[in-house]
Design a protein around this ligand. Structure first.
Ligand code: HEM
Length: 509
């Protein structure tokens, strides 16, 4: 009665007819939505994939595995599936995800100028990378890509060689210390992975931000640990739908850990950005007369994660070289031809001459692509292998499987750098090999990464002979943001004799 009165006072009271009308329209809206949703589900289910046993969870329970098992499970599954179908559909909760592992399917997705929106799984990276170049979309992405492309020009990269050389020498010094320690303590192995990760972190911070984090000199770097932990959290959220809504995630202890890691990473980058902005303001004042005003890229733009991808690529390459004595022998010959036993610093001419090393880098990225999976949300329907994949779905390329297509890469498990020599690559499908992605959203740091890899790898191999101590079949693969071996890269190192250079600058000068 009181409610009736209040509604009348406010000037309006719904009649029975209005209530019925509202109920009717709500009912119709629910019916239309349900019909559309059912048609969507039915359509997605007509694309090959396993049945989704539980309506709202889809295949999520099958994917709810220990991170140590998840990647191997997915890869084994795909290996079976690809014998029969060119596409695999999964349901991650209520969301369908389509996996691609053929060159034709990869071309249909990555070759398009329209399908450039990153998939919803990238949103879990936003707290870390914000909406930088890697995660942004639309005009924001376009503008940033245009602004940053000149930063990766060959001429600018040339200026970074000194930093690559300098940090590689610190890596070698650290490995020599580790070797002495190993001999003194009667141990037979060293895990190369953390040494390499600290080296690539020092390199990215010095080249992109002009700052030393000295991760190599400070063994127990908080920054490296925070990057690893965040990678694990993002992967767990991507695979477990119940951790995806922000409210539920915030109730989980992982949210606190994530915040701690973010404080470490952002604390560092914010400090650097403040310092850079202050320097920029001073420079701007000085340059005012010349009316020059350049915009600074942020660390989110250049992608902190580029350090991780390069660390994984260098580590996998060292692992494979250390498992193949004949490849290591050929590399030694190439390095001897270029440097002899001198310790002179590497130049751009040397980098261009190391062709066999480049083939080793490419072949290692074929077998162990640092980015094990990358995806898009379709902004419109896409026809892939004759299947119409509806707008709004997530479609992901799995380079680990794609790179093992036996038609494109006969005897695909074999590590054979010669696959990337001259004629052998000529008949290959252009989308058969995409460790750096392809098309409009390919990796902007590709040239930087390969140059860096060449300097780090050549410097290590000029100083050490390696023997990898784990068999490939015994490795446990972790497919987080980057693909890495769970137990690192265990090697036996034997130092080589190096003659200090008398004619050219030593890499220590
Ligand atoms: C071996 C090392 C590297 C590998 C294998 C690699 C691989 C990739 C891949 C596969 C993508 C596409 C990701 C996607 O579509 O979601 C990508 C994007 C990107 N990479 Fe790399 N990357 C490497 C090193 C680097 C480095 C060193 C940097 C920066 C210095 C970098 C910066 C970026 C950026 C900014 C993007 C986003 C580009 C865009 O969306 O326009 N990467 N990378």
């Amino acid at each position: 009665m009181l409610d009736d009165h209040l509604l009348k006072v406010n000037g309006w009271m719904p009649s029975t007819f209005t209530v019925w009308l509202a109920t009717f329209f709500t009912f119709v809206a629910i019916c239309v939505f349900s019909k559309k949703r059912l048609a969507f589900i039915e359509h997605c289910n007509s694309i090959p994939g396993p049945p989704a046993p539980i309506p709202l969870l889809g295949n999520a329970l099958e994917l709810m595995r220990d991170p140590d098992e998840l990647f191997q499970f997915l890869i084994d599954y795909l290996h079976e599936w690809r014998q029969h179908f060119p596409v695999l559909r999964f349901w991650l909760g209520p969301f369908p995800i389509f996996l691609l592992y053929t060159p034709e399917g990869t071309e249909a997705l990555l070759g398009s100028n329209k399908l450039i929106d990153k998939s919803r799984e990238y949103q879990y990276l936003h707290p870390w990378l914000s909406t930088g170049l890697l995660t942004s979309t639309g005009t924001k992405w376009h503008g940033r890509r245009k602004m940053l492309t000149p930063t990766f020009h060959f001429k600018i990269l040339e200026d970074f060689i000194d930093i690559f050389n300098k940090q590689s020498v610190v890596l070698v010094d650290k490995l020599r210390e580790a070797h002495q320690d190993m001999v003194a303590n009667n141990r037979d192995r060293i895990n190369l992975f953390p040494y390499v990760a600290r080296c690539t972190l020092d390199i990215i911070c010095e080249t992109a931000m002009g700052r030393h984090v000295d991760a190599q000199l400070n063994n127990d770097s908080e920054y490296v640990k925070a990057v690893c932990t965040l990678g694990r959290i993002v992967q767990t959220r991507q695979a477990q739908p119940w951790l995806q809504p922000e409210v539920l995630f915030q109730c989980h202890p992982m949210a606190k850990t994530q915040q701690k890691c973010l404080n470490i990473l952002h604390g560092f980058t914010d400090k650097v950005l403040q310092e850079r902005k202050a320097e920029h303001r001073i420079r701007k004042a000085e340059e005012l007369a010349q009316k020059e005003n350049k915009k600074l890229p942020t660390s989110a733009d250049v992608d902190d994660n580029g350090q991780d991808t390069t660390a994984a690529a260098v580590s996998w390459c060292l692992y494979l070289i250390g498992s193949h004595p004949e490849v290591q022998e050929s590399l030694s010959e190439e390095l001897n031809r270029v440097f002899g036993t001198s310790d002179r610093a590497m130049t751009m001419t040397d980098i261009l001459q190391l062709k066999y090393l480049e083939c080793c880098i490419k072949e290692a990225l074929r077998l162990y692509p640092s980015v094990a999976m990358y995806g898009r949300t379709l902004s419109e329907d896409a026809t892939i292998h004759g299947y119409v994949i509806p707008a709004g779905s997530t479609v992901a390329v799995i380079p680990y499987s794609l790179h093992r297509d036996p038609v494109q890469f006969p005897d695909p498990e074999r590590f054979d750098p010669e696959r990337f020599m001259g004629d052998k690559k000529r008949n290959r499908h252009p989308y058969a090999y995409v460790p750096f992605s392809a098309g409009p959203r390919n990796c902007i740091g590709q040239k930087y990464a390969v140059m860096e890899e060449k300097v780090v790898l050549a410097t290590v191999l000029r100083n050490f002979h390696l023997e990898s101590l784990e068999k490939r079949e015994d490795l446990v693969l972790i497919g987080e943001l980057v693909l890495r071996p769970r137990d690192g890269v265990q090697v036996r190192l034997t130092p080589k004799q190096i003659t200090p250079s008398s004619v050219a600058p030593s890499y220590r000068s």
